[in-house]
Design a binder for this molecule. Sequence first.
Ligand SMILES: [Zn+2]
Length: 218
Amino acid sequence: MEQKIKHHLTDEVLMAYAAGTLPEAFNLMVATHVSLCDECRAAVESYDTLGGEVLDQTPGNDVSLTPGSFAATMALIAGGAPDTIRTTRGRDTVLPQPLLEYVGGGLDNVKWRSVGMGVKQAILPTSKDASARLLYIPAGMAMPDHGHHGTEMTMVLQGAFQDDDDYFARGDVEVANSDLHHTPVADIHEDCICLAVTDAPLRFEGLLPKIAQRFARI
Ligand SMILES: [Zn+2]
């Protein structure tokens, strides 16, 4: 049985997901998290229901309801955020369902590229307004991931990491904004694999020399 998830997505993000206003990379993060987290999945479902109610109850709405309105609304909902994450058949003990399509299979199919010191990454194909990548951090190694621009969310898929007083295990998400300076360190017991999304797409490339420099000092 999996350990209970302690670090969740924010209500703001879950509402934006239900409303279909997130970039694709963030949709992927939410879909992946809710596939493991009953609590957030229930919240998304309630926001979906609430959204439908608001549409239904809005007075002075000059869009008159016709017999086709309900079907049209449902079609819009069906074509909204959650379904932009295509799913595929298949099971993987590390990669939840929403990630399988992006990877083109399970963990064995991830096209890792080394970024030095045993750390590897795989950029996932999403729209350019935000980026998603898988990170592979050897046990005990500091993560090359520091929020300085935009919003970053990092979710653990395998292993765990420690950041200050907080411990993040499978399913847990760390949400970092531009003012957070942190040094997550992978748990010593197992190599850590994470899904990381950020709305500052090119920042990671720009940081690479600094990361190499920092690792070189270890
Ligand atoms: Zn959650």
